[in-house]
Design a protein around this ligand. Structure first.
Ligand code: ARG
Length: 475
């Protein structure tokens, strides 16, 4: 049903209606729209703008509609412009003209952004919960490989040997920051816009603070014009989802690379691989690639909302209707990607022997020589030169560092005594890196257990907020 028309001489042209219509995507806001209508009804009733009797009837009809929307009994029809008009049709079908009472003191401008905030909070909490599950999967996988050495890379060139558990665990820290970011975002997003009206507030006796509390928001808006035009929470949510995508894409890239024949470190489980329609031998890492590929659309969704917001003047403009599809798409995309990547990580096996045997190659222990000299009080610049000279000699002789003779070491630097061999082992090099957060297995174990503890705290906090949210929705 149309929510406007009094001052128009005719119905809008078909093309106008087609372009305006948002019901195909904003129908997802229905439960939140109904819940916020319930809160608005209480305000109108408390202010005696609606009689007790009428309020009772409307409340009953809203409850019925909530159930009918949940069960799929009440659905949009092609004449509905958006979720707000569709639900007003539902109320009017039950109550006659009384169904139009809730429009008092409320505009779709403050209504739509309230609905979208509620939707976003609900879904970002679900996302945060899923992320903590992914973090646990990563940390558990990391703990299987704490004592396994592998080459560590910079520039995809062998740099220094590391514990492979350390290497896997790094991804958990990136995702833990994303969960923190969702919590920070929740604080800023928890603002009710109802009472802002079209843009300037209302002459009716509304109670924005009551309504904020009723809907579980931390606060009410401070400036009604800002309240209806602010979509920072959408842009920020899309930044967070983009960054999660970037983090997932790095896993995708690593798994793809480590699973290649050239590396042959990662063995992705059959259930998380796909085949080729023409090459019978193929087993492809499509989940890893899709995690990498889908990140393009996550970033695209952020760009599309930022571009839509840029230069928007004064309060509500219809451009803002374009805020929803990118947000829905990004959340839906992560809902698909995260479980597939969690499963892929949980079921991947790494070739310990292969990783360990390539750990010392590429002269990855050269830093040990320099550090050995520093411990003998040789200035680092000189130590670096001498270690470099050892590498150059090995290249010339086609041998590895530990294969140089005592004489060859001593010739390069007098302080390179035979005890140098003690540091030229992968396990020794890794075990010696005991800096907090470093790669020594003793440190990696601490990192993993601290990270697991933090994840548990995050999970409890999210569960508490989710419970409060669903209690609010059911109230
Ligand atoms: N469907 C619209 C949106 O999503 C609802 C608000 C319409 N407001 C208006 N003044 N035309 O933004």
């Amino acid at each position: 049903m149309a929510l406007w028309g009094g001052r128009f001489s005719g119905k809008p042209a078909d093309a106008v209606f087609a372009l305006s219509q948002s019901i195909a995507f904003d129908w997802r806001l229905a439960p939140y729209d109904l819940r916020s209508s319930m809160a608005h009804l209480a305000v109108l009733e408390n202010a005696s703008h609606i009689s007790k009797d009428d309020a009772q009837k409307i409340r009953k009809a809203l409850k019925e509609l909530m159930n009918e929307v949940a069960s799929g009994k009440f659905l949009p029809i092609s004449e509905d412009e958006d979720v707000h008009s569709c639900l007003e049709r539902g109320l009017t079908e039950k109550l006659g003209t009384l169904g139009g009472s809730l429009r008092a003191g409320r505009s779709r401008n403050d209504q739509v952004t309230t609905d979208l905030r509620l939707f976003s909070i609900d879904h970002m909490l679900i996302l945060a919960q899923t992320m903590t599950e992914l973090i646990e999967v990563i940390l558990n996988k990391a703990s299987e490989y704490v004592n396994d050495a592998a080459p560590g890379f910079t520039h995809i060139q062998h740099a220094q040997p590391v514990s492979f558990g350390h290497e896997i665990a790094k991804h958990a820290h990136a995702f833990a920051r994303d969960v923190d970011r969702i919590n920070d975002w929740l604080y800023r997003t928890s603002v009710s816009s109802l009472g802002a009206g079209a843009l300037s507030g209302s002459s009716l006796k509304l109670d924005p603070v009551y309504i904020a509390k009723n809907l579980g928001f931390e606060r009410s808006f401070e400036n009604s014009i800002d309240a209806v035009s602010d979509r920072d929470y959408v842009a920020e949510a899309l930044f967070i989802t983009s960054l999660i995508g970037v983090h997932l894409s790095r896993i995708g890239e690593e798994w793809t690379l480590l699973g290649s024949t050239e590396f042959s470190w990662a063995k992705i489980a059959d259930e998380y691989s796909t085949g080729s329609s023409i090459m019978p031998q193929k087993k492809n890492p499509d989940m890893a690639e899709l995690a990498r590929g889908k990140t393009g659309r996550l970033i695209g969704n952020l760009m599309s909302v930022l571009a839509m917001l840029k230069g928007l003047p004064f309060a509500y403009n219809r451009d803002l209707q374009e805020d929803k599809e990118p947000l829905f798409d990004s959340l839906d995309t992560l809902t698909l990607v995260i479980p597939a990547i969690s499963g892929m990580i949980a079921t991947t096996d790494f070739d310990r022997v292969k990783m360990k045997s390539s750990a010392p190659t590429g002269f990855s222990l050269a830093t040990e020589i320099a550090d050995y000299l520093v411990r003998k009080n040789v200035p680092f610049a000189q130590a670096h030169e001498s270690a470099g000279a050892c590498v150059a000699l090995c290249e010339k002789l086609s041998c590895e560092l530990h294969e140089l003779t005592d004489e060859q070491f001593a010739e390069i630097h007098a302080s390179l005594e035979p005890s140098i061999r003690e540091v030229l082992t992968v396990d020794g090099a890794i075990a010696s890196r005991t800096t907090a957060g470093g790669t020594a297995p003793s440190q990696v174990l601490v990192q993993i257990s601290d990270a697991l503890k933090k994840t548990l705290d995050q999970r409890k906090e999210i569960a508490r907020k989710s419970k409060a949210f669903s209690e609010m929705m059911g109230a």
